[in-house]
Design a protein around this ligand. Structure first.
Ligand code: HEC
Length: 125
């Protein structure tokens, strides 16, 4: 009888540990995602770093152009933000943030421009 009890207590300790692990997993999933590990972020950063974007834009502060975080917040709930902003990156233009025009970047393909937009939109708060 004692042996059986001993066996049962071992099993319950084992089960307790197991459910502890599951709880840990649930907590891991709620951890804030590090956006710098997202492929679109890495590709977007690579494309923008090779171009002239950072002469006019900063992540958090307005420069000649708007801060990218402000752009991300402004378009967070716009369904076709990817199309609108990719077109703006390729063609340039003004009027959404002021009178200074955004330079055109016709060297980017539509897909590259969309990747850059997804990278910028990841910065929303
Ligand atoms: C010569 C300066 C300059 C350069 C270089 C530049 N931008 Fe801009 N950008 C601006 C200005 C000014 C605006 C605001 C335009 C407006 O008011 O519609 C802007 C706006 C934007 C917007 C928001 C567009 C909108 O309509 O809301 C995005 C996205 C953007 N730029 C991305 C980029 C990317 C990506 C690059 C590099 C490929 C880049 N910019 C290079 C000046 C620049």
């Amino acid at each position: 009888m004692k042996k059986v009890l001993f066996f049962i207590s071992i099993i319950s300790v084992f089960i307790a540990c197991k459910s502890g692990d599951e709880k840990q997993n649930v907590e891991d999933k709620t951890k804030i995602v590090d956006i710098t590990e997202i492929p679109d972020y890495q590709k977007g950063l690579e494309l923008t770093s090779k171009s002239d974007c950072f002469t006019c834009h900063k992540i958090d502060e307005k420069n000649i152009g708007p801060a990218w975080r402000d752009v991300a917040n402004k378009y967070a709930n716009t369904d076709d933000a990817e199309e609108i902003l990719a077109k703006k990156i390729i063609e340039g233009g003004s009027g959404n943030w002021g009178e200074i025009p955004m330079a055109s970047h016709a060297n980017f393909s539509e897909e590259e421009a969309k990747t850059i937009v997804r990278y910028i939109l990841l910065m929303k708060e």
